[in-house]
Design a protein around this ligand. Structure first.
Ligand code: ATR
Length: 289
């Protein structure tokens, strides 16, 4: 247990809903393991993000995570936004400064660390991104920023994918995105690609669903990352493995975005061994549910 004292720094999660978030478990464990005088709680914010962020600053809250539905709307409450987070248009971490909170997107830092960890090299390679929601948007920015050779965005609603492609061309000045409806995956020209699955399809309880079930699509893939972590092994991951390809869930991204936020709030570096211990704790959690 963390001992709460007069000096204990408070960090928390703003969103709605927040009740089922794993962030309190992760951050309080990081705090306990690194002997830090910090506690992490949830703040359900239903209506007024401006008052919530202003109030948190006045109450000397040290830092915050931000989740649905506030990741975009929170930006106008900040004194400063990190460049990539600003380009993406979504912030999930607020860091206290003298003038107010500065916004970062550690989801994307977390995803980058996960790719490095799993030995997935983006530079010069073709990536197929399934989905064009908030998560896909952030990941598409990262992929283009990291020098992907070509990024296909496949989405049920093509206009949303096109909007991401247009925004990235304007912000980053690289024109490497091709947009397709999911049903037209066979027109992908390259014969080998990395796949990143960002749709909600396959999420608990619909564990037998996936947006593409054709074996040929998986045969042509080099590897696959699903950002879903509940279930631990998604249908997408199972199909990838049936084709003999490595596949990964989104649990590391979840953990690494938290580690990156924790490091920003506490101006520290979490060691590999602590990160690995918290990862094992999360794996045990999913074995039990
Ligand atoms: P997130 O923030 O997690 O990315 P989101 O912004 O709600 O969530 O995006 C959900 C993604 O899953 C979208 O790409 C959505 O497709 P549409 O843009 O066409 O809505 C995709 N998605 C959700 N349900 C789907 C389904 N049944 N079939 C195909 N795609 C689906």
């Amino acid at each position: 247990m963390i001992e709460i004292k007069g000096t204990t720094k408070v960090c928390g999660l703003i969103g709605n809903p927040v009740e089922h978030s794993l962030s309190p478990m992760i951050h309080n464990e990081l705090s306990r393991m690194s002997n830090s005088d910090m506690v992490y709680v949830t703040f359900k914010v239903e209506k007024d993000i401006l008052t919530a962020v202003g109030g948190a600053f006045e109450l000397n809250v040290n830092g915050m995570n931000v989740t649905v539905p506030w990741k975009e709307k929170v930006i106008c409450t900040l004194c400063e936004t990190d460049k990539l987070a600003g380009d993406i248009g979504a912030v999930n971490t607020l860091v206290r400064t003298e003038r107010g909170f500065k916004g970062y997107n550690t989801d994307i830092i977390g995803f980058k660390r996960q790719l490095e960890d799993d030995g997935i090299d983006i530079k010069g390679n073709t990536v197929v991104l399934l989905g064009a929601g908030g998560a896909a948007r952030a990941i598409a920015f990262l992929l283009v920023n990291e020098g992907a050779g070509c990024v296909y965005i496949l989405n049920r609603t093509v206009e949303k994918a096109q909007r991401i492609a247009d925004d990235i061309r304007t912000s980053l000045g690289r024109d490497v995105i091709k947009v397709l409806p999911i049903s037209e995956y066979k027109s992908i020209a390259e014969s080998e690609y990395i796949v990143v699955q960002t749709t909600n399809v396959g999420l608990h309880p619909n564990i037998d669903d996936t947006v593409i079930s054709d074996k040929e699509f998986y045969d042509n893939a080099r590897c696959g990352v699903d950002i879903i972590y509940n279930p631990f092994n998604t249908k997408f991951m199972k199909l990838m493995r049936l084709s003999g390809k490595p596949s990964y869930n989104g649990l590391k991204m979840l953990l690494y975005q938290a580690v990156a936020a924790y490091e920003l709030w506490n101006d520290t570096k979490i060691s590999r061994s602590v990160t690995d211990e918290v990862y094992k704790m999360l794996c045990r959690h999913f074995e039990e549910v």
